[in-house]
Design a protein around this ligand. Sequence first.
Ligand code: FAD
Length: 491
Amino acid sequence: QPKAIIVGAGIAGIATAIRLAVKGYAVEVYEANAYPGGKLSEFEQQGYRFDAGPSLFTMPQYVDELFVLAGKNPRRYFNYQQLDTVCNYFYEDGTRLSAYANSDELVQELSAKTQEAPENLRRYADNSRRIYDITNHVFLERSLHRLSTYLRWPTIKSILRLPGIDAMRSMHKANNSFFKDKRLVQFYDRYATYNGSNPYKAPATLNVIPYFEQHFGAYFPDGGMYSITSSLVKLAEELGVSFYYNSPVEQILVEDNKAIGIKVNNQIKTADIIISNMDVWFTYKKLLSHLPGIHPKKILQQERSSSALIFYWGISKQFKQLDLHNIFFSADYEAEFNSIWNDGTIGADPTVYLNISSKLKPDDAPEGNENWFVMINVPANKGQDWDALIDLARTNIINKLSRLLGEDISSLIQSESVLDPRSIESRTSSYQGSLYGTSSNNQFAAFLRHANRSSKIKNLYFCGGSVHPGGGIPLCLLSAKIVGDLIPTTS
Ligand code: FAD
């Protein structure tokens, strides 16, 4: 039986393990941490449970597909509900609006709260759908690099000039041309942060993102986000995949330009195929540091996505006006993104994202309390004085939430822990603590992500948020699908 080794038990590594086990490979997964899931993990804190990283679950069909592929009924492992209200928005001018899943209700709500004409909102939704129709099959669902024979620069440039995909102006410019009301421009600009980008720079092609949320919906797993990881690990183990925890891989062994195994815990493990789910930057800099000649310099120099600062707070009260997902917008969005992207710092008034899983999963917090996951977007880690920045941000966030909720938040915080770009980087080996691999702040970003297969080393593959097609759970699962398709079935 041919053998595959996967470096890392992030969501893409686990999904790849399932796909290869189904294809007939003996699969071993080596994970540096004591637990699976990478960014998609969970922890307990004085009676509260928290999902450590992702909180928004979209495209659940990509998870279900893995169970179906293995001949199992997904509902026996993993359940989720669709959200009727995707997110509540609070503006500094007192505006409050809810993003409903139903398109007609959404148009009604947004136009009622902002006085924007409903036709403009519908025109915007049609535009997002059109971008999806044009781009979906080219950019997401297959290896771009296999099409490389006809995806040469001149062809790429002409694809990008296709007026339909709107790649020549920024998201913000496009949104500004659709809406008179600045609150709506901000509402739609925020989708750039779904892959850690800057709406003032990222191409308007990314205005496809609201379509994903609107058309395919937003969901909440019954067992919390971590149940995505735990149910897939269970499936993988049933398929015979072996997971080795506390096993940081030190090197990928290469002979005659062919990957032949790994070095881990001072042992050599050989395999026919090696797949790295470790951030591609660290894969080269650490696991392939002995082969500097094969490093793809241009790709490794790509700008990274933004990172995050998260406070996990146990809160001794329940807030009726809050839901699972809540956004408290900054008063000046452009200044906020300039702080992150131009100055590499955190501005005085960051947009605050507040996720409360105990709203839908009450056992995540003691009775009468709530588990607050409070996150702001921050720059990638370039050695800033994070301790000072975190102290200041904490004060600003507490003041903002207290002001907009009319309640002194600091006196309600019962327990606290913090995740910042440094800890994201060290816990999951993500270069600069970026959440989504490389940023999408230029039109060529899609073509400058690392391929899912090495062009220099035979039998070496890559999956996860730092390679094609990009970060976020759905795209990580697609990277696993592409790798699965690239690797031949065993006979
Ligand atoms: P990772 O999760 O990065 O895991 C890689 C794994 O490899 C880790 O377990 C690491 O320990 C292991 N590893 C690394 N090096 C080695 C080595 N040498 N040997 C062995 N093991 C190694 N996405 C969404 O879809 N929705 C969201 O709402 C969302 N919010 C987010 C919020 C936060 C705070 C964060 C951090 C991320 C968020 N994301 C979100 C992004 C999403 O979490 C990631 O894109 C996705 O989980 C990345 O998965 P991955 O497979 O690339 O691997």
